[in-house]
Write a protein that binds this ligand. Structure first.
Ligand code: C2E
Ligand code: CA
Ligand code: CA
Length: 429
């Protein structure tokens, strides 16, 4: 193969020094179709077979499964184009069908990857770079590789945020929606709006990269008002298609101290009869409790449902949060993604659910990625679930596809879950 992917420890004295670290995320694009053909039990072994084939194709890499349809591959290389070479090698190798139980099947890979020339590069940045590349790869229908250093040449995020008004005007900002599903009623109870930026130079920018900077400037108010207007419009489209469901908007805590924003938001929302919710992070409320509580009450008075987001990630107690007019508590995905692999997290989740119920709040678990986590949350009495297992955040047209498919099928029957989602739901963010 063209790529030199010897790990550092195997390099001899005369081997060229490693200049690149590479992380590839391999998504099995046609997994739902394969699962339909092979059945759930056999399909669950596919990712393991992919790992074996990666080990052969890239002998000096390390591959492991992240989920039934996602495999990670890491290696270090002496050659700056090794990432691209490895992706072409993998695609070449995967053009050969696999032999599963005597049948031949092709596995289609979609690859998102990140490379770092700097060995001091923070691992989190490498992982985030690869995740972001995979989102873009799905959206663009081609493999995407990012160099985390080149892609982030130290541009001041505040500089990026100065572009925000123009970006809103030029239609670069858009929303994706992620459903929340009610466990007992087995139906979509609401959707959450998540903002994205299709930047002409930087590509897809996720909110983690610009919301914190927007919060430091006045841009967050403008962005949130734009989001509210967009959501009201999209809600009308959903209602016209027969789906009269609430939409939740993330409202940054800094805005809870901003009386002008609160007035303006109330003006935009009031009188529409819209079914809206605001998701507020707990840390935000603690900064200025008195005005936050007063302003949240104003929102609640005009019919907006208040949800506490990222619960567990901060330090506040539920007893304290009880003072807020909140009807829903969202358990941070940090606890949910580890639910079935940690000893401590199930206890935290279980006691949070019980306490929230005692305080008359409904509980949503976010970050539900596996049938095992879903099953456990059901047993624990969790009211609503949200996560990649059910649907990724998708644009409005694909949300309509999801709603259409789930309206006549049981959304939470995990054995059948694979049959519910159209393949299309996995091809974009
Ligand atoms: P959040 O409100 O906690 O949103 C959930 C995040 O988890 C989203 O990331 C979502 O794409 C991701 N996610 C959903 N399901 C899963 C899953 O099963 N597993 C994992 N690992 N992740 C999952 P995203 O879209 O990148 O948003 C990040 C954060 O940015 C949001 O966290 C929210 O705090 C903020 N944000 C997004 N849109 C807005 C907005 O319009 N206004 C404000 N103020 N903040 C926003
Ligand atoms: Ca949220
Ligand atoms: Ca959250």
């Amino acid at each position: 193969m063209g790529a030199d992917v010897l790990p550092r420890e195997e390099a001899g004295a005369d081997t060229p020094p490693k200049v690149l670290r590479v992380l590839l995320l391999l998504e099995l694009e046609n997994f739902p179709a394969l699962r339909r053909q092979l059945g759930v039990a056999r399909a669950d072994t596919i990712a393991g077979e992919v790992v074996v084939r990666c080990d052969v194709a890239l002998p000096n890499s390390r591959a492991w499964t992240l989920s039934h349809r996602l495999v990670a591959v890491v290696f270090e290389a002496a050659e700056s184009r090794a990432g691209e070479a490895a992706v072409s090698r993998l695609q070449e190798v995967f053009r050969q069908p696999f032999d599963f139980y005597g049948e031949h099947h092709l596995i289609r890979l979609r690859v998102g990857g990140a490379t770092a020339r700097n060995f001091d590069c923070d691992e989190v940045r490498l992982v985030e770079g690869a995740e972001k590349a995979l989102v873009e790869a799905r959206e663009q229908g081609r493999d995407v590789l990012h160099d985390v250093v080149e892609d982030d040449p130290g541009i001041d995020p505040l500089e990026l945020i100065q572009e925000l008004p123009r970006a809103i005007r030029d239609g670069e900002i858009f929303l994706q929606y992620q459903p929340k599903v009610h466990v007992r009623r087995q139906q979509v109870s609401s959707v959450e709006a998540l903002v994205r930026w299709r930047h002409p130079v930087r590509g897809l920018v996720l909110p983690g990269d610009f919301i914190p900077a927007a919060e430091q400037s006045r841009a967050i108010g403008e962005l949130t008002l734009w989001t509210l207007e967009r959501v009201l419009e999209d809600q009308r489209s959903l209602a016209a298609a027969g789906y009269d469901i609430p939409i939740f908007v993330n409202v940054s805590g800094v805005l809870l101290a901003d009386a002008c924003f609160v007035d303006e938001a109330c003006r935009v929302v009031a009188g529409h009869g819209a079914k809206l919710g605001f998701e507020i992070t707990e840390t935000a409320v603690i900064r200025d409790p008195a005005s936050a509580i007063r302003h949240l009450q104003r929102f609640a008075d005009i019919g907006v449902t208040i949800a506490i987001d990222d619960y567990g990630a901060g330090l506040s107690s539920l007893a304290y949060l009880k003072q807020l007019p909140a009807r829903e508590l969202k358990i941070d995905k940090l606890f949910v993604t580890q639910l079935t692999s940690s000893n401590r997290d199930p206890l935290i989740v279980r006691s949070t659910i019980d306490l929230a119920h005692a305080l008359d709040m409904e509980v949503t678990a976010e970050g539900v990625e596996t049938p095992a986590a879903m099953a456990l949350l059901g047993v624990m009495g969790c009211d609503m679930v949200q996560g990649y297992l059910i649907s990724r955040p998708v644009e409005l047209d694909l949300l309509l596809v999801f709603l259409e498919e789930s309206s006549h099928l049981q959304v939470l029957n995990t054995q059948r879950l694979s049959f519910l989602r159209s393949d299309r739901l996995w091809k974009t963010g």
